[in-house]
Ligand binder design. Structure first.
Ligand code: BES
Ligand code: MG
Ligand code: ZN
Length: 490
């Protein structure tokens, strides 16, 4: 897809579809739009009246323009109230326009926004993201893809000249989001610990990152008993992935991103029963997928920040070698864990990943994980949970997520609930009571971070969606790559 930010006014643009953004209750056409409307013999005002269009967020309408006109279709998209305009409204509006243009078999699309001299910072980036992400379709596993005919090829952003850098930045970020989506969407017989390591290798080679892969024996030497306990029943070797992006010169900060990487979670001997969503557990490497997606984007954006991308990747399987309920594992910081539920495996893999990460001496660590069903119960499908030992880091994440249009809600690290993880025989159990299950999971992780500012993001809900939603299509969302990139750049 080619994007151009050009100074053409709507009236002078020629192409397949012209999409006009309109604020709620500000539908009186003035200036350029009034001229356009009269040139189109009132098509625009008729469309508004006929569809009872009021410009609320998410609304849209489309009509054909009579032959002889330089444009074939006119699309109107609601932007809501002007004083409530957020970047994500623009991202979604661009997605709506792109989806309509695609459906109407348009090859060229122009986006025209009101108040173009007074738009939020990063508007162009958000528009490009909205278009790219809404049009991304994963046809890798179809023998004959449905939509191969005409496709959108060029998008012009009218009145937004000189924004080449923002366009390039958006495309790079989308390449990371799309990588994360494709890793999450790939089934567990296609995306394995071995292929995840290969993907890390490709990113390292393409964008000049350092790559270290720890094999099972290397992890044994480091005493990663928690990670290896989870990995021990799988026939596919575990891979501990550590990618490093180092800027030229002295880095302004050193950060780490740690992703849960279960390419499949059967539950282990506490096997997931029918109805538990076991058939969706290929998405249980969503944290690692987003970590690699962020690495791909950061490797191209080249900020003045050192970033470590870490994931302990394995499957959680069953066999004669499987970890048993009740087994006691020793993590690489020496702490012992009574595994009272083999399905609480993500926290075991993250325990050793966090201990490894803290030894790197970074300024802050963020982990992301499809960690608990309890977090979905608490916050639903669209909002991730955030826990942090550090208010400043929590605020940085909140801000980064706001700009990204990805939602997180800060949850409490309620120390008293750690009582639920007390074990009579080991230092702790890996599972507490049902109530507050996402909080005890976070408290478990906290045992493996000593003093580095740390935030934990539970992305079990938003990692995928079962309905088309804004610029997200059904399936993997690539959440929260954009938040991570904003955080690193911020
Ligand atoms: N991968 C799951 C969490 C999950 C559930 C993600 C649903 C996405 C959708 C995790 O490993 C798990 O099984 N968690 C258990 C923990 C329980 C045994 C304490 C859960 O949430 O039921
Ligand atoms: Mg599990
Ligand atoms: Zn899991």
């Amino acid at each position: 897809m080619e994007f151009r930010a050009i100074n053409t006014v709507p009236l002078e643009w020629a192409g397949d579809a012209l999409a006009v953004g309109l604020f709620e209750n500000a539908l009186e056409l003035t200036g350029d739009l009034a001229q356009l409307d009269s040139r189109l013999q009132g098509t625009l005002s008729e469309l508004i009246a006929e569809k009872k269009f009021i410009g609320d967020v998410g609304s849209s309408a489309v009509t054909r323009v009579g032959s002889g006109s330089p444009v074939r279709k006119i699309i109107i998209v609601g932007l809501g109230k002007q004083d409530k305009l957020k970047l994500d409204v623009l991202r979604r509006a661009a997605a709506i326009a792109a989806r309509i243009a695609k459906k109407e078999k348009c090859q060229t699309l122009a986006l025209s926004l009101p108040i173009w001299n007074n738009l939020p910072e990063n508007t162009v980036q958000a528009l490009v993201e909205g278009v790219e992400l809404s049009l991304h379709q994963d046809n890798r596993f179809k023998s004959s893809p449905e939509d191969q005919e005409v496709s959108l090829q060029q998008v012009d952003l009218l009145g937004l000249v000189g924004q080449e850098e923002a366009i390039a930045r958006a495309k790079v970020i989308c390449s990371g989001v799309i990588l994360a989506r494709e890793l999450v969407a790939a089934p567990a017989n296609s995306c394995t610990p071995v292929t995840m390591a290969q993907t890390a290798q490709e990113i390292a080679a393409a964008h000049g990152l350092l790559l270290e892969i720890l094999e099972r024996e290397d992890c044994e030497k480091l005493g990663m008993g928690a990670f290896l306990g989870v990995a021990q029943a799988s026939d596919i070797p575990p891979k501990f992935i550590h990618l490093t992006y180092r800027p030229e010169g002295t880095p302004r900060r050193k950060l780490a991103i740690v992703g849960k990487g279960l390419t499949f979670d059967s539950g282990g001997l506490n096997i997931k029963v029918a109805g538990s969503g076991v058939e969706t557990m290929k998405t249980d490497m969503g944290g690692a997928g987003a970590t690699l997606g962020a690495a791909k984007a950061i490797g191209q954006l080249k900020p003045d920040v050192e970033v470590h991308f870490i994931s302990a990747v394995t499957e959680n399987m069953i066999s004669g070698r499987a970890m048993r309920p009740g087994d006691i594992l020793t993590a690489s910081n020496g702490k012992t864990i009574e595994v009272n539920n083999t399905d609480a495996e993500g926290r075991l893999t993250l325990a050793d990943a966090l201990v490894f990460t803290e030894k790197l001496g970074v300024d802050a660590v963020v982990d992301l994980a499809t960690l608990t069903g309890a977090c979905i119960i608490a916050l639903g499908d669209d909002i991730g949970g955030m826990w942090s030992t550090d208010d400043e880091l929590a605020n940085q994440i909140t801000q980064a997520a706001e700009g990204a249009g990805e939602k997180f809600w800060r949850m409490p690290l309620e120390e008293k609930y750690f009582e639920g993880l007390k074990s009579p025989i080991a230092d702790m159990k890996n599972t507490g009571p049902r109530a507050g299950g996402s909080i005890t999971a976070a408290l478990f992780l906290k045992q493996f971070v000593k003093e580095t500012p740390w935030a934990h993001l539970d992305i079990a809900g938003p990692v995928s969606t079962d309905k088309e939603n804004g610029y997200n299509n059904v399936g993997a969302t690539g959440y929260p790559v954009r938040t991570l990139v904003n955080w690193v750049l911020g």
